[in-house]
Design a protein around this ligand. Structure first.
Ligand code: ZN
Ligand code: ZN
Length: 381
C-alpha cells in the first residue's frame, strides 16, 4: 500500500509547491537529528524527507496522485535520479536550510559588497598623574589603513572600471547539485575567481593594488578629559581602520595608562601620600606645609599624634570625571623616632621618661650584645 506522503507533511492533496516547502521546513526543523536526537524523531525525519522528496518532484508526485509509491521497491518504477539512496548519511541541517530556503539566516544571497566597514583600532597612551587628573591635549601617532586617495576607494586604475566576473556571471557564487538521500540538493559556494564579489578589477589602482585603502601613519591630537583613570578608553569615532573598498572607518580607542607617581598613589579619585614627622613634633603638635597636585596647603598636626595617623585634605585629590568636585588627599604620617642621640639628648630623654614614670632599662655602654646591635643599626663607629 502506498504511503500517505501528504499526510506525513500534513498538507492537502491540492497543496502548492510553496505550501509543501513550508510544511517540510517546519517539520525538518522540528525533527532533524541535530535538533532532536530522539530515535523516534529520526524515523520521523526520514519519513518527512521521503515525503518531501516525492511531493517536491512533479513526476513522483504524479505517481502518488495515481495511487502509486515512487519510493516503494519496484513499486512505482521510475527509480530515477534522486532515489532514496538507502542509508545515506544525513546532510547537515544547515545545508538543508541553505539549499532549500536560501541562506542560513534567511539573508539575501548574491555577490558580497567590495566596500565593507573597517575595524576598530586601539592605541595605548601613557600619561602622568597630573595629565590624567587635570586633562591634556595629547599628540598621538596612529598607524591605520586610510582611504586611498588615488582611486578614492574604488580600487580601479584611473579611467578603468570593474568588470562583471565571467566565471559566475556576476552572482558571486557558483551552484553545484548534489544527489543525496534527500534528492537533489543545490548548494552554492562563493566564486573563487572573484572571491564572491561578482566583479573583477582588470586594472587595479597602482597605489592600493585594488584594496581601496593604504596603510599610513598619521598624527592626531586627542583631548583627554580631567579625571580619567588607568585602563579607561577614549573613543575617537571613525579614526580606526578604513574598510576594504574604502569602507567607513572603524573607531579608534585610546587606552589610558597612568604612570606611577613618585609621591602620590591613586585610589579612584583619592590620592595618598606619606609624610614623615619627628617624634617630638608628633608629641608637641606642629604645622606642616603639604604640596598637593596643584597647590600648597598648611595643615596642623595635633599634639599627641600617633604613628600611622592620617590627615585628610578634602577636595585635593583628582577631579571627578563625571560631575563636579574632587577626591580627597590622604596624608599618612610616619612618626620618626630619633636614631642618633648625643649624651646630652640621651640624658634629657631619660629625665623626661623619669618625669613620666616610664621605666627605661639602661643598656650597657661597654659592649654587650644588644649594645653592639644598636650601634650597628645606628651606624655608630
Ligand atoms: Zn565570480
Ligand atoms: Zn587606490
Amino acid at each position: 500500500m502506498a504511503r500517505d506522503y501528504y499526510g506525513i507533511l500534513g498538507v492537502s492533496r491540492e497543496a502548492s509547491d510553496d505550501e509543501i516547502k513550508r510544511a517540510y521546513r517546519k517539520l525538518a526543523r522540528q525533527f532533524h537529528p541535530d535538533v532532536n536526537p530522539d530515535p523516534e524523531a529520526q524515523e520521523k525525519f526520514k519519513d518527512i524527507n521521503a515525503a518531501y522528496e516525492v511531493l517536491s518532484d512533479d513526476r513522483k508526485r504524479q505517481i502518488v496522485d495515481l495511487g502509486g509509491d515512487p519510493l516503494a521497491p519496484g513499486g512505482g518504477g521510475m527509480g530515477g535520479p534522486g532515489g532514496p539512496g538507502g542509508a545515506g548519511p544525513f546532510v547537515g541541517f544547515q545545508d538543508i536550510m541553505d539549499a532549500f530556503f536560501g541562506g542560513a539566516a534567511g539573508g539575501s544571497r548574491g555577490p558580497r559588497p567590495r566596500t565593507r566597514p573597517g575595524a576598530d583600532a586601539i592605541l595605548r597612551l601613557e600619561l602622568d598623574l597630573h595629565e590624567t587628573a587635570f586633562g591634556v591635549e595629547a599628540p598621538i601617532t596612529v598607524d591605520t589603513a586610510v582611504l586611498c586617495t588615488t582611486c578614492s576607494g574604488a580600487g580601479t586604475a584611473a579611467g578603468t572600471h570593474l568588470a562583471t566576473c565571467e566565471a559566475c556571471g556576476g552572482r558571486g557564487e557558483v551552484q553545484s547539485v548534489q544527489r543525496t538521500f534527500l534528492g537533489q540538493v543545490v548548494s552554492a559556494r562563493p566564486c573563487t575567481v572573484c572571491q564572491g564579489y561578482g566583479t573583477t578589477i582588470p586594472h587595479p589602482c597602482p597605489t592600493c593594488t585594488g584594496d581601496g585603502r593604504v596603510r599610513t601613519r598619521r598624527s592626531l591630537t586627542v583631548k583627554i578629559p580631567a579625571g580619567v583613570e588607568d585602563g579607561m578608553r577614549i573613543r575617537l569615532a571613525q579614526q580606526g581602520e578604513v574598510g576594504p573598498g574604502g569602507g567607513t572607518a572603524g573607531d579608534l580607542y585610546v587606552e589610558i595608562h597612568e604612570r606611577p607617581h613618585d609621591v602620590y598613589s591613586r585610589k579612584g579619585d583619592d590620592l595618598h601620600c606619606r609624610v614623615t614627622v619627628p617624634m617630638t613634633a608628633a608629641a608637641l603638635g606642629t604645622r606642616l606645609t603639604i604640596k598637593t597636585l596643584d597647590s600648597e596647603e598648611t595643615v596642623d598636626v595635633k599634639a599627641g599624634t600617633q604613628p600611622g595617623s592620617t590627615l585628610r585634605l578634602r577636595a585635593r585629590g583628582v577631579p571627578h570625571l563625571r560631575g563636579t568636585g574632587r577626591g580627597d588627599l590622604y596624608v599618612h604620617l610616619d612618626v620618626r623616632t630619633p636614631t642618633k642621640l648625643d649624651p646630652d639628648q640621651e640624658k634629657m630623654l631619660r629625665d623626661f621618661a623619669k618625669t613620666r614614670g616610664e621605666e627605661v632599662a639602661e643598656l650597657s655602654k661597654q659592649g654587650g650584645f644588644f649594645s653592639r646591635m644598636r650601634d650597628a643599626f645606628n651606624g655608630h663607629a
